[in-house]
Design a protein around this ligand. Sequence first.
Ligand code: MN
Length: 197
Amino acid sequence: MGADDKLKEYKEKRDFSKTPEPEGGERESGDEPIFVIQKHDASKLHYDFRLEVDGVLKSWAVPKGPSLDPSVKRLAIPTEDHALEYADFEGVIPEGEYGAGTVMVWDIGTYRNILQEKSDDNATMVETLEKGKVEVELNGNKLQGGFVLIRTGNSEDSRWLLIKMDDKHADGDADIVQEKPKSSKSGKTLEEIEKDG
Ligand code: MN
């Protein structure tokens, strides 16, 4: 399946004559796959966690955002694959449109599939996603180190959990989303992004 087919739902949900969100197809894959976490002030504030896999961004909405505490499990609800160039999108989705509200590039960087490095079967991201257990090492501006994503059921829309792995970047006392509220891209707050349109 090409990136175009995977983006069918993404495109169907959006009217690109009204939303400033990217239609897809422009951003090239780099040497290393990227991840992005977008703070999204929609009807309810949440954090969209996205991993580049096979030309698109696999996506989960994480209501509380990531935690650096390995004992904390954060709910992650799968959402539609997003266009790769969505990783650079910061701005305001107009009222009345899907996902209306302000979007901030809260963190961005690259990642490694560490489950692949650990396992004998050399599992690709596509395979680990299918099996419902992903282990990645993030190299972002804010987030570093291992994170696990685990699916809690067997259906396609089962919920997942996002959990920090217990490594040197873990921190049981930090509240990263409170401590670092601003954009990784522009340094702006949500309010500033909203004001600038
Ligand atoms: Mn969202």
